[in-house]
Write a protein that binds this ligand. Structure first.
Ligand code: BGC
Length: 372
């Protein structure tokens, strides 16, 4: 096990342990349980606002995992009011206002535009509704934040890309950078993390911020990069996520490329795991959606029920946003996903069944990796 993997494994264990302890109603200094006088019972409504549908994670993992967890934490009495903004910041503001008008008990928000949503966060707070930023750090007076270490995601991607070029790595190697949406603070962190690894080692020949994180926009940007640089001169492509990696592969294929350059990704989307096995994508970043979504559900329910000790145990990190400092946070660790650790990551965590991944076309790759 590499030092990084070991560090990640240890911190995963520690995180789960503290969450488990917190879930047991830990005793406070006076010896009484923090569960003693919750301000609300189980009959609560949690608002969940997610940003888009073009990338599969939100509808496939975040929403269903979050909903199931809220239900189990509230003896099936709590409900989740869910809205997806489909990459439209105006629509998200309307959805959030509707939740404020409905007087939901708490809002968990993954912002389309972290800056533009600040007014809505303020309005929710004025109405007495706590707001927990989910995955993307929304501006305004949020109560807490849960995400991954997003700069580390970029570093892991950048380092993997260099590894993929190993033997003949040279500063003259031309790399195309396909970053995420400029309205998403995570995209900036992924980019900064990746650049901290790539700078001085390769040449960033073209770099794009991809509108709305849409795969088709990444495909169009990639086509432009190919026309400018020449497909045969592109040594590798940094793609901030898997959805965009799919668009990039399409653009390269349309340009007649048969042997694809190494391409990075993130999210462990099923199609990306399959591309990794087929040799069409070099890596992805596996971020444990159960850990993120379940901890967010625990934070939201603890907040509403006034379980302060549990809430504090779930938010031991601190982050600053452009508008607020020392925001209580939980940052979940991440793992680089390559063909060698498909079994230990997405399969071991029951994200996908081997039968989902191993289509007839991937039979020999799966056999070679002993995926059964
Ligand atoms: C998330 C990524 C996702 C991207 C596009 C980011 O904020 O952290 O997991 O791929 O948004 O939705």
């Amino acid at each position: 096990m590499s030092p990084r993997m070991r560090r990640i494994a240890i911190s995963v264990a520690v995180t789960s342990m503290s969450v488990m302890l917190a879930g047991c109603g830990a005793l406070n200094a006076t010896g009484s349980s923090d569960d003693a006088s919750p301000s609300k019972g189980d009959d609560i409504t949690v608002g969940l606002l997610l940003p888009e549908k073009a990338n599969t994670r939100y509808e496939q993992f975040d929403y269903p995992i979050f909903k199931t967890k809220v239900e189990s934490l509230t003896n099936r009495k709590g409900t989740v009011e869910y809205a997806n903004a489909e990459a439209d910041a105006g629509k998200q503001a309307t959805q959030m206002q509707r939740m404020v008008d409905q007087k939901v008990d708490v809002i968990v928000l993954d912002a389309v535009d972290s800056h533009a949503i600040a007014d809505s966060v303020k309005k929710a707070k004025e109405a007495g509704i706590p707001v927990i930023a989910y995955d993307r750090l929304a501006e305004g007076p949020i109560d807490a934040y849960i995400s991954f270490d997003n700069e580390l995601v970029g570093e892991v991607q950048g380092r993997s890309l260099l590894e993929s070029l190993r033997e003949d790595l040279s500063i003259t190697d031309k790399v195309v950078m396909m970053n995420g949406s400029s309205t998403d603070p995570n995209a900036k962190q992924f980019k900064a993390g990746a650049l901290s690894e790539l700078k001085g080692k390769v040449t960033i020949a073209k770099s794009y911020d991809t509108k709305d994180w849409k795969p088709e926009n990444a495909e169009a940007n990639m086509t432009e990069a190919i026309n400018a640089i020449g497909a045969e001169n592109i040594e590798a492509v940094y793609s901030a996520n898997d959805g965009m990696a799919g668009g990039i592969v399409k653009a390269l294929r349309a340009a007649g490329v048969t042997e694809l350059p190494p391409i990075t990704g993130q999210d462990a989307e099923l199609a990306a795991v399959q591309r990794i096995l087929a040799g069409e994508q070099y890596m992805s970043v596996y971020k444990s959606y159960p850990e993120e979504a379940e901890s967010a559900a625990e934070m939201a329910v603890a907040k509403v029920q006034g379980r302060d000790i549990q809430f504090d145990a779930l938010t031991r990190d601190r982050v600053d946003s452009p508008t607020d400092r020392d925001i209580p946070a939980q940052l979940v660790p991440v793992v680089a996903l390559t063909r060698d650790n498909v079994a230990e990551t997405v399969v071991a965590d029951n994200i996908y069944e081997v039968s989902d991944i191993c289509t007839p076309a991937l039979k020999s790759a799966c056999a070679e990796l002993k995926l059964k």
